[in-house]
Design a binder for this molecule. Structure first.
Ligand code: HPA
Length: 270
């Protein structure tokens, strides 16, 4: 795995000489945010040797290097999901790569289903912690000693400092942000109502199919991590309606403008 990472890193470094400060992963509905920044260069995932390539319709697959105001950033426009069939170590390869390119902080975004009954579709939720009991750890396998320790502490995956930054930025934007625990399941199916009740009884506030594994890999290598979910729908059984990807996309699109404004404020402030 380390050799694979080094191959990817070499392949990217042949194409660009750029040291990002902040890494950003864009979730459903936020993808076009990367088109709006001051772009220095883009690299399609398919151009990177050994890189896992996403297959989901509507998920663009490229790194965008550029500036958000004065902050040098690398953005993943399209992520790799476990449900596509990759090993978890491949799912987090791009996250690790962004860290190896020099990013010290990472902002993770996603679309998620609301499990906390006080949430509403269109809410934003700052991730305070996560539960990954439903998916394998991305750190399974030989430890990459070059990146981090075998048994990494996970008592503050989502940096308290960055959580304060997010709260202040949300206030500045006039956004009432929720705070909660993100539960990752494998997908690609949405959860059953019983699984959603399980997530709630575990202390979860939202469910999704990404992000927590990326947060763990980033934390393992010492990055400062933060994350925001866009609650695109109430999770199965909480809402009586059937779930579908179209609804997820429509809610994400509806609130994309304020999500983008918030993301910009956060990147500049961290
Ligand atoms: N479950 C899992 N992932 C999701 C959901 C959901 O309800 N909504 C958006 N992503």
């Amino acid at each position: 795995m380390y050799n694979k990472l080094m191959n990817c890193l070499g392949s990217v470094k042949e194409k660009i000489n750029f040291k990002p400060e902040v890494a950003l992963i864009l979730g459903s509905g936020l993808g076009d945010y990367a088109d709006e920044i001051k772009i220095e260069q883009t690299i399609e995932y398919t151009e990177i040797k050994d890189f896992p390539v996403s297959t989901v319709k509507g998920h663009k697959g490229r790194f965008v290097f550029g500036y958000i105001e004065k902050t040098p950033v690398v953005i993943m426009q399209g992520r790799v999901h476990y449900y596509e069939g990759y090993q978890m170590s491949d799912v987090v390869l791009p996250t690790r790569l962004m860290g190896m390119l020099g990013a010290q902080k990472i902002l993770l975004t996603n679309a998620a289903g609301g499990v906390n009954p006080s949430y509403h579709p269109g809410d934003f939720m700052m991730i305070t912690d996560h539960i990954t009991t439903g998916v394998p750890s991305p750190l399974i396998g030989p430890n990459l000693d070059e990146l981090g320790t075998r048994f990494p502490d996970m008592s503050e995956v989502y940096s308290k400092r960055l959580q304060n930054v997010i709260k202040n930025c949300a206030k500045d934007c006039g956004i009432e942000i929720q705070e909660g625990v993100y539960v990752q399941f494998t997908g690609p199916n949405y959860e059953t109502p019983a699984e959603v009740r399980l997530a709630r009884s575990w202390g979860g506030d939202a469910v999704g199919m990404s992000t927590a594994c990326e947060a763990m890999a980033a934390r393992h290598m010492g990055l400062e991590v933060c994350g925001i979910s866009c609650i695109t729908n109430m999770a199965a059984g909480i809402s009586k309606a059937e779930l579908n990807h179209k609804e997820v996309q429509e809610t994400a699109d509806r609130v994309a403008k304020s999500f983008k404004e918030l993301v910009t404020k956060i990147i500049v402030a961290i």
